[in-house]
Design a protein. Structure first.
Lengths: 305, 264
């Protein structure tokens, strides 16, 4: 009998599906609801030191192969956010990822300290949001040295296992993955959204008020697979593969590219609120059919000669 | 292929005045909405907002908009021929039950309920429609509701029309005298909570429309969470029995950042 239950950095997961940051995770009870709907772990929507309203609407729309969003990192700030994390820890019954972002290395460390009070199981740092260049400059994940510095500072600041969310908006992911590992990251999350634009032709303008946005969903999927593959080649720390997974076979692809866990977000639109359950059922069927007993048995298989 | 979360640019056909500050806008578009559902409406360069559907005639649908802010002000300036973006319909619709129902509309909440009343009357369901507003000039759609053959009961806070008092005062009396198969409410949350409690006392099925600040409208962003309920897809219409013990219901709502605020 195949099983979806797995382990990641010493913690047990009922399945490899992680609710990706920015999806459903605004409140503790919403994260608990995602867990009830089948997610093996949940991530809070990224928090900053101060509350942020985000970009003016429209902030998210669909196009024919995915979603594009520029929510603009809205969040209630680390203080209220830590309360939501604590509530998720109490109610979700699955591992909880905190997620923080900031404008400077120092503020990253400060935000990480603030959320650590809620005792999340893991901490993710969002160094790769493509929608806030105007305010924040080039994302940390787009420069190997900046990625090293921010990882190192957060790792020094808090004792929580650290995952660094990388960006596909770079020519080569490998060097960045290596620097993040060297700086002490415990895991890599590959990837954040891909910078894009959708125009409404009848309105003669970009649909998003921010004009640019992050592409997720099926259009992102092969990009994510490639990035996971590159990260796996370049670093030894485990990878959370995130980007466009909407089916069990997609999940298997990410595992085979080198992911140990699979992030899911836009599939909540393409497959519904029970996306994790549905994709899990499909992955299990695939595993039975192909003779894999455990999720771990598939990790990195695509790298074998 | 129609994408459920992409905009369609739809043309405004007609504008009807409802009261000094409220208009109904009829758009040319086969929306396929049911009463209680909403759309995300986008006026390019202005904003995008969730709006409940006021009617759906197959080839057209309507939105009733009160002039309450910068977005609705931009709406009031639209002229026939102008286009706006819509995506949807989204959300859970009202589930019409039985042969005798009551509807309780507070303020602009009467607009989606008029749409439900239209469906009810087509099915020859008896409708007691209780409409409440601060004052007479804030009432909307009275004539349309009467034209449908509903029994209209009006309550105003200042007594300028109908009963002086709250819609719940009227509902309490009606519930004593009648047995309803369902009570449907739309309005301020604390009003709907009071309606739900009254219905519970009379063991009557009750649906209300619970909304929170929305961004996506189709169940991915999580902004509209109400104590674990994703109001844009699991609501906005909910069975009162399923929401009454929700920790946020009647207590907490959140703003664009996700910061908490308490209902007063």
């Amino acid at each position: 009998m195949a099983t979806l239950s797995t382990q990641f950095l010493g913690k047990k997961f009922k399945n490899p599906f992680v609710l990706a940051s920015g999806f459903m995770g605004v409140t503790g009870l919403s994260m608990a609801s995602a867990a009830k709907h089948g997610f093996g772990a949940v991530t809070i929507k990224s928090l900053s030191l101060q509350p942020r309203k985000g970009h003016p609407a429209p902030v998210i729309v669909e196009f024919d192969r995915g979603l594009i969003n520029a929510v603009g990192l809205s969040n209630p700030g680390v203080k209220e956010g830590a309360d939501e994390l604590a509530l998720a820890k109490k109610e979700a019954g699955v591992p909880v990822f905190a997620s923080v972002f900031a404008d400077t290395v120092e503020h990253f460390a400060e935000a990480a300290k603030a959320v650590s009070k809620a005792k999340p199981d893991f901490l993710e740092i969002d160094v790769s949001c493509p929608n806030v260049d105007n305010e924040f400059g080039t994302p940390f994940a787009c420069d190997p040295k900046a990625a090293y510095d921010v990882t190192r500072a957060v790792k020094k600041a808090v004792p929580i296992p650290l995952s660094v969310k990388l960006s596909p908006n770079v020519p080569h992911l490998g060097p960045i993955a290596r620097q993040v590992e060297k700086a002490g990251a415990d895991a890599i999350n590959a990837i954040n959204t891909l910078k894009g634009m959708v125009i409404q032709p009848e309105a003669r303008r970009p649909v998003l008020t921010n004009k640019f946005g992050g592409i997720s969903g099926p259009a992102l999927f092969p990009v994510a697979t490639r990035c996971i593959y590159e990260a796996y080649q370049s670093a030894k720390i485990p990878i959370i593969g995130t980007g466009g997974v909407t089916t069990g076979r997609d999940a298997a692809s990410h595992l085979m590219a080198g992911a140990s866990l699979v992030g899911i977000g836009s599939a909540l639109h393409f497959r519904g609120l029970d996306a994790a359950k549905t994709i899990g059922k499909e992955l299990l069927e695939f595993m039975e059919l192909e003779g894999y007993k455990k999720v771990q048995d598939m990790v990195g298989l695509a790298h074998e000669a | 292929m129609k994408l459920s979360a992409a905009f369609e640019m739809v043309r405004l056909l007609e504008v009807k005045n409802e009261n000094p500050s409220t208009k109904t806008f009829v758009f040319e578009h086969d929306l396929g909405a049911k009463p209680g559902q909403f759309v995300m409406a986008w006026i390019p360069t202005v904003n995008e907002k969730p709006m409940s559907v006021g009617g759906d005639e197959g080839n057209t649908f309507s939105l009733t908009v009160a002039n309450v802010g910068t977005f609705s002000e931009a709406f009031q300036k639209l002229k026939p021929g102008d286009r706006i973006g819509v995506r949807g319909p989204y959300g859970r619709a009202y589930q019409l039950k039985g042969k005798r129902v009551a509807m309780v509309g507070g303020g602009f909440g009467s607009a989606p309920l008029r749409f439900l009343a239209e469906l009810a009357r087509k099915k020859a369901v008896h409708v007691d429609f209780i409409q409440g507003a601060r004052s007479k000039d804030r009432l909307i759609l009275e004539k349309d509701i009467q034209k449908l053959g509903c029994h209209l009961h009006v309550a105003t806070n200042d007594g300028s029309k109908g009963k002086k008092g709250m819609v719940t005062d009227v509902l309490a009396e009606l519930l004593k005298a009648n047995r309803y198969d369902g009570v449907y409410a739309c309005g301020p949350e604390l009003m709907m909570q009071a309606v739900g409690k009254l219905c519970e006392k009379h063991a009557t099925y009750c649906e209300i429309s619970v909304e929170r600040y929305m961004k996506c409208g189709f169940g991915v962003c999580g902004q509209c969470d109400c104590g674990g309920l994703l109001t844009c897809v699991e609501g906005t219409v909910v069975d009162y029995q399923k929401i009454k013990d929700n920790p946020d219901f009647g207590r907490i709502h959140r703003d664009a950042s996700g910061q908490k605020h308490f209902f007063k």
